[in-house]
Design a protein around this ligand. Structure first.
Ligand code: FES
Length: 112
């Protein structure tokens, strides 16, 4: 991904295509914004996360979904996003280390 602005260590991409409008993806963006304390298109102050809208992430069948770095997470909800993004004090961290991911297509269909 080529950008003129500095990007965060982890890039969170939410699809802005059809599923954005029909499958609660707008709500998912708001949850990410609340959780990260930033608006879409911005990077957290600590430079850890950038939240952006993008075109299809090839996960329409598990929408609402988001791609974090190279992994796709589907059927997202407030709870699942909470399981992904951990807030510890003022630090916001990614919790994918404890998740079982499917190596084929790097799709993580469900979070535990
Ligand atoms: S159109 Fe959004 S994931 Fe495919």
């Amino acid at each position: 991904m080529l950008n003129s602005k500095p990007m965060g260590k982890h890039i969170i991409q939410v699809c802005k295509s059809t599923t954005y409008h029909v499958n609660k993806s707008k709500e998912i963006v708001k949850i990410f914004e609340q959780r990260l304390g930033i608006k879409i298109g911005k990077t957290t102050k600590d430079g850890i996360f950038t939240l952006i809208l993008t075109n299809c992430i090839e996960a329409c069948n598990i929408s609402p979904s988001a791609k974090i770095d190279e992994e796709v997470f589907g059927n997202l909800s407030r709870e699942k996003i909470g399981n992904l993004i951990k807030i510890q004090g003022k630090r916001i961290m990614l919790k994918t280390v404890n998740l079982i991911s499917c190596n084929i297509g790097k799709i993580v269909p469900d979070l535990v």
